[in-house]
Design a protein around this ligand. Sequence first.
Ligand SMILES: *[C@@H]1O[C@H](CO)[C@@H](O)[C@H](O)[C@H]1NC(C)=O
Ligand SMILES: *[C@@H]1O[C@H](CO)[C@@H](O)[C@H](O)[C@H]1NC(C)=O
Length: 311
Amino acid sequence: MESSRRALLLVAVAAAAIGLASASFRDNCDIKWNPENAAFSDDGHGLTMSLKSNSSGCLLQTKKQFIYGSVSTLIKLVPGNSAGTVTTYYTSSVGADHDEIDFEFLGNQTGQPYTLHTNVFADGVGKKEMQFVPWFDPTADFHAYTISWTPCMIVWYVDDVPIRVFRNYRDKGIAYPIKRPMFGYSSIWSAEDWATQGGRVKADWSKAPFVAGYRDMVLDVCPCDGADSRPSSPATATWSSTSAPATEPTPASTAAPGRSATAGGSRTVLASPTSSEPRCRRCRRLTGSTTTVSTTGTTRSPAPSAACRST
Ligand SMILES: *[C@@H]1O[C@H](CO)[C@@H](O)[C@H](O)[C@H]1NC(C)=O
Ligand SMILES: *[C@@H]1O[C@H](CO)[C@@H](O)[C@H](O)[C@H]1NC(C)=O
């Protein structure tokens, strides 16, 4: 056996041994907006989400809630003329003063580059945008997009490349997400009023549906579940990895729900299922060292070591 293949196989075996095999979208997520616009592959590990009109997109939410962890998925973005479309991939808490970590892919005219938009909300405050032009055509093939959230830093990866690091400087008074459990989300929706070239280029609805493809999600997270995750207030025992929050997310606008933080528009604030903070299990995995996961021949790099380096 060729040595690179053998290495890959070893990595795959190691990944399976520590439970990082790719997870089924069907089993691990709920489609919260327009389920008719989502289609799972037979084994549930693949998914497409479609944008059919300016009011009919799609939103997926993980069943698990977590504090810290790494969420990764392969995405193939809307090809051709994707102007006016936004595909998002993010984690977010629910309720007031929310925390959120974003990847957003702003579509463009045929032949023009996508914009890869990143942001962080901490204690309800965003304004930490950073944009990138991908060095590849994100519509030609699947690429792995990973959000790694540890007590020390947030890292956005594209395939194996860390494109952005946001460190925890709470000790210097800078807000950082540490206490609100987040869900993982992905969505596709219309943002033709701002997304493409500042809103100058609108969507060509004659080309709809606009379809984003997904494969092989890896959820390596520290779930907020089990007996010790119940909120201290007895009135609101709704945190659980097996049941959805009692209150479903209610998009603030019916014209464009499913959004996460936006570069230009307003944003949807999701309803809060509880006002008190849940207690999560301590996550031993995050104190370990870096591992490498391979599920489909693509090497994925999950969370860096949580041991904070002094800088
Ligand atoms: C959405 O499309 C409909 C029908 O084409 C149009 O009447 C409406 O103004 C559009 N809404 C927005 C928010 O662009
Ligand atoms: C689209 O392409 C234009 C022209 O190349 C570029 O200026 C712009 O940043 C691209 N992205 C978006 C989202 O408009």
